[in-house]
Design a protein around this ligand. Structure first.
Ligand SMILES: Cc1ncc(COP(=O)(O)O)c(C=O)c1O
Length: 355
């Protein structure tokens, strides 16, 4: 046996990978768009994927120019990554020292914890209150001399909760005092309109993350963007893989940003679908909670795990349940167009609402 070296942090890290084989199911479990982009748009972009196109290494600048114009920042403020997933990895690698702290609320998007484990960083989880809100004092208090990174999700996932500008600035200022950067993950922007983007000009330690996996409905492409001041972007650029994002993802990203009408339509359609679902379930006496992104929580009559199994096996519908006691009475359901949600609600009520 070869006694090869294994990074001890990787050896000890516990991972749970997403379920495979989800094609062919009705997917309401992972905050994707259940229906995806219009087929006509996809077909049109695919025509550009020629042999020459595939032969050439990816060139992200055209996409980045379009994206920076689209959100109203400079070209020097953005860098593309292989999903927000990779953005988190780069930011931790560049701005955190082994053994130092990363403060996040808990539960949060899992990769914030996982990357701490892989890179040997101390994860400092700040608990939610019983009413599923976050007391920002607890985040501020958790930031100390050993903190290198603070993570805020705007809005939070999995529990939808959002910070005010004043709360966010308190966190940023404390982080600044302690020489830490603040990552503000806006994966669910467009479902939740309030953005902290202007803070990148006011504070030198603020980084915003956006992804094309949610509203833009291209989780398969793996396309994310880090937005910050030119210094932070330049440090990430130095560390990032030369051809991090593939050319097909960049092409789809570029083309969708040219279709402002399509983007607006998608925002409207998704909001309509979510409101429809919340209204009808309320009418039926269900306790629901708007996750503020493209997902909602429903307190079910049946045990969530039992319902999850039945919906999957009998109706080919996937939903998300939680082991965490704070969420164990709820299911989480991704929201999409009214059409997609009518299908979900009908099947859900048939299964869960039998008297
Ligand atoms: C808060 C948050 N950030 C990031 C991501 C992942 O984004 P990406 O698909 O770009 O890696 C998710 C995915 O669900 C998320 O909920």
């Amino acid at each position: 046996m070869t006694n090869y070296y294994v990074n001890p942090y990787v050896k000890e890290c516990e991972r749970i990978f997403p379920e495979q084989g989800r094609y062919g199911y009705y997917r309401f479990d992972m905050n994707e768009n259940p229906e995806g982009l219009p087929k006509s748009f996809v077909d049109q972009v695919l025509k550009e994927i020629t042999p020459e196109f595939l032969a050439i290494y990816p060139e992200p600048d055209r996409f980045l120019k379009k994206f920076s114009d689209f959100i109203g920042v400079g070209f020097e403020n953005v860098i593309a990554t292989n999903g927000s997933d990779m953005a988190i990895r780069y930011l931790y690698e560049v701005f955190a020292q082994t053994g130092k702290k990363v403060v996040t609320v808990s539960p949060s998007f899992e990769m914030y914890r996982v990357n701490c484990a892989i890179l040997g960083l101390q994860h400092v989880p700040v608990a939610y209150e019983k009413d599923l809100t976050v007391n920002v004092d607890n985040i501020v208090d958790a930031i100390d001399d050993d903190t290198d990174i603070v993570v805020l999700l705007n809005p939070n996932n999995p529990i939808g909760f959002a910070y005010s500008t004043q709360e966010t600035e308190r966190v940023i200022q404390k982080a600044q005092e302690k020489n830490a950067i603040v990552i503000i993950d806006e994966a669910y922007h467009y479902f939740y309109d309030k953005t902290f983007l202007p803070l990148i000009d006011q504070y030198d330690n603020v980084v915003i993350l956006r992804t094309f996996s949610k509203l833009f409905s291209m989780a398969a492409c793996r396309l994310g963007v880090i937005i910050s001041n030119p210094n932070i972007i330049e440090y990430v650029r130095k560390s990032h893989l030369t051809f991090d994002v593939n050319a097909i993802a960049l092409k789809f990203g570029e083309r969708i940003l040219e279709q402002k009408d399509l983007v607006d339509q998608m925002i409207c359609k998704q909001k309509e679908g979510k409101n429809y679902t919340l209204d009808i379930l309320k009418e039926k006496g269900y306790e629901t909670k708007d996750g503020l992104g493209n997902y909602i929580f429903i307190k079910t009559k049946k045990a969530p795990k039992e319902l999850e199994k039945e919906l999957k096996e009998e109706r080919k519908i996937l939903i998300k349940t939680f082991g965490n006691p704070m969420l164990s009475e709820y299911i989480r359901v991704s929201t999409g167009s009214k059409n997609a949600m009518e299908f979900f609600v009908e099947n859900f009520l048939e299964d869960d609402d039998q008297q």
